[in-house]
Design a protein around this ligand. Structure first.
Ligand SMILES: NC(=O)c1ccc[n+]([C@@H]2O[C@H](COP(=O)([O-])OP(=O)(O)OC[C@H]3O[C@@H](n4cnc5c(N)ncnc54)[C@H](O)[C@@H]3O)[C@@H](O)[C@H]2O)c1
Length: 419
C-alpha cells in the first residue's frame, strides 16, 4: 500500500497507524469507525491500529489508552503528529484548535480527518484548505449525514431527472440540546472556542447537505438570533453540551442560538432557477436531532429527516389515484445500507454514518474515488456561512464566493457564476 502504510503480512491487509487528537464525543466515534473498517469494508485491505491519542484533559487521555486501546496517550497534540507510526490523524477538538492542528498535520505530511465546521470562520478554514493543498495530503471533514442511504437515494433522484427540474428546497437542523435554559455553557457558546453558534455548529451541516444533494448555493439573505442570553459555565473537557446545571455560576452566551436564510442557488446541473430556505436552531423545543431536507421538483418531491434515518418520503407525479407521498424504507439498493444490515427496517444508526465517512476517507487515501467531504468542500460551505453572517449584519443579500477544488463528489463547479 502507498502513503507509508505497513503490511502486517498475516492477511495481506496493510496496517494504518491512527492518531487521535481530542477524546470527546467525536474522538470516540472516529475511533469506533476506524475499528469497524476491516469488518464492514474488508475489500479496502486496511487494518487500522490505534497508535497515539492526545487530550488536554488528563482523564480523557487516560481513557484513550485504557478504554479505547491507543498504545500511547498524552496531553500534547504535537506528540501525535511527531509519532512515526501515525499514518493518519483525526482532529476532533473544539473549533478553536482546528486551524493550528490541521496546518501542523499538513506540514507533517499526515492525511487528516477533521471535524466540521473546521475553523471558527471562513479565514481559518481557508488556511487549513491552503495547507492541505500545498502539502498534497488527503482530507476528510465530518459531514457524516451525506452517507445516510436515503440521502444518497434522493441525490440520485435529482441527478437522474426523476424529480424533474428542481424548483425549491427547504432544509433545517432543529436541535434541542440547549433548549433547557439551564443547559450548560459549553465551549460551543463562546466565540473564542467555537466562533459562531448554531450557524457553525448546525447550519454548517445543512449547507453541506444541500450543496451535496442539490448543488451550489449562490446568494443568501439571513438573520441570526440568541434566545437564552446566559447559561451556567461548564469547564472544557468535562461533561457534554447536553448537560443541565441547576445552581452553576452564570456567564453570557456569546453567539447565535438560531440561524436562518433565504437562498438562491448558483446555476448548476440541477439548480438553475432554484431557491429555498435553510434554518438551524440549538434551542428548539420538540425536535432533538432534526436534520431534514425537502426537495421539490416539477415531476416529484422527496423529504428526509435524520430522526427517521431509515426512511424517506417520496412523491412521484402530480396527480392520479396514488397522489401524495409514499414512505420508502432504506434498503440494500440505497447507498451503503447492505454493509450494515441484510434487510429493510433493521435500522442503521448515527455511528454507522461515521463508518461510511471513514470508508470514503480511506478509499481516497488508497487511490480510489474522492467521494467524501474534503477540506475544499468544507471551505465552500464556510463561504456560505460567512455570507449568512454578513447578511445578518447588514440585512442585504450576499453573494457566495466560489473556492477552487470543491467538488461535492461531482465535477468541479468552479465555473458556475452567481445570479
Ligand atoms: N459531525 C458531527 O455530527 C459532529 C457532532 C458533534 C461535534 N462535532 C464537531 O466535533 C468537534 C468536537 O466536538 P465534541 O462534541 O466531540 O466535543 P467534546 O467537548 O465532546 O470534546 C472536545 C475534546 O477536546 C479536548 N480539547 C480541548 N482543547 C484541546 C487541545 N488543545 N488539545 C487536545 N484536546 C483538546 C477536550 O478536553 C475534550 O475532550 C467540534 O468541532 C464539533 O463541531 C461534529
Amino acid at each position: 500500500m502507498d502513503n507509508g502504510h505497513h503490511s502486517d503480512g498475516s492477511d495481506g491487509a496493510a496496517t494504518l497507524g491512527v492518531g487521535l487528537i481530542s477524546v470527546g464525543w467525536m474522538g470516540k466515534l472516529h475511533t469506533r469507525a476506524y475499528q469497524a473498517i476491516p469488518v464492514v469494508y474488508p475489500e479496502l485491505g486496511v487494518r487500522p491500529r490505534l497508535v497515539r491519542a492526545a487530550d488536554t484533559a488528563p482523564d480523557r487521555a487516560a481513557y484513550a489508552r485504557e478504554v479505547l486501546g491507543y498504545a500511547r496517550a498524552s496531553a500534547d497534540y504535537r506528540d501525535v503528529l511527531a509519532d512515526p507510526e501515525v499514518d493518519v490523524v483525526s482532529i476532533c477538538g473544539p473549533n478553536h484548535v482546528h486551524r493550528e492542528i490541521a496546518v501542523a498535520a499538513a506540514k507533517a505530511g499526515k492525511p487528516f480527518w477533521i471535524e466540521k465546521p473546521v475553523g471558527r470562520d471562513v479565514t481559518e478554514t481557508a488556511d487549513v484548505a491552503a495547507a492541505a493543498r500545498e502539502a498534497g495530503v488527503e482530507t476528510s471533514v465530518g459531514y457524516n449525514y451525506r452517507g445516510a442511504p436515503a440521502v444518497e437515494r434522493i441525490r440520485e433522484l435529482i441527478a437522474d431527472g426523476t424529480l424533474g427540474r428542481i424548483t425549491n428546497i427547504r432544509s433545517v437542523f432543529y436541535c434541542g440540546y440547549a433548549a433547557e435554559p439551564k443547559g450548560a455553557l459549553s465551549w460551543r457558546f463562546r466565540r473564542e472556542f467555537a466562533g459562531s453558534g448554531a450557524l457553525g455548529d448546525l447550519l454548517s451541516h445543512v449547507v453541506d447537505l444541500v450543496q451535496y444533494v442539490v448543488g451550489p448555493i449562490g446568494e443568501v439573505s439571513s438573520l441570526l438570533s440568541t434566545v437564552h442570553t446566559e447559561r451556567p459555565i461548564l469547564p472544557m473537557g468535562s461533561g457534554t453540551h447536553f448537560a443541565v446545571i441547576e445552581d452553576g455560576e452564570m456567564a453570557p452566551v456569546e453567539n447565535d442560538d438560531h440561524a436562518a436564510a433565504l437562498v438562491r442557488f448558483a446555476p448548476g446541473p440541477y439548480t438553475t432557477g432554484a431557491v429555498g430556505t435553510i434554518e438551524a436552531s440549538r434551542v428548539i423545543v420538540g425536535p432533538q436531532c432534526g436534520l431534514a431536507i425537502e426537495v421539490y421538483g416539477t415531476e416529484g418531491s422527496a423529504s428526509w429527516n435524520f430522526e427517521q434515518l431509515n426512511e424517506f418520503r417520496l412523491c412521484l407525479g402530480r396527480g392520479g389515484p396514488n397522489v401524495g407521498y409514499t414512505t420508502v424504507l432504506a434498503n440494500a439498493s440505497m447507498g451503503d445500507y447492505s454493509r450494515f444490515q441484510p434487510g429493510p427496517a433493521n435500522s442503521m444508526g448515527f455511528d454507522d454514518l461515521k463508518v461510511i465517512e471513514a470508508k470514503k476517507f480511506l478509499t481516497a487515501l488508497t487511490g480510489g474515488a474522492r467521494l467524501g467531504a474534503t477540506i475544499h468542500d468544507a471551505h465552500q460551505d464556510a463561504q456560505v456561512l460567512a455570507a449568512v453572517a454578513a447578511s445578518s449584519e447588514d440585512g442585504l443579500w450576499h453573494p457566495v464566493s466560489t473556492v477552487p477544488d470543491a467538488t461535492y463528489g461531482r465535477q468541479p463547479h468552479a465555473e458556475a457564476t452567481h445570479a
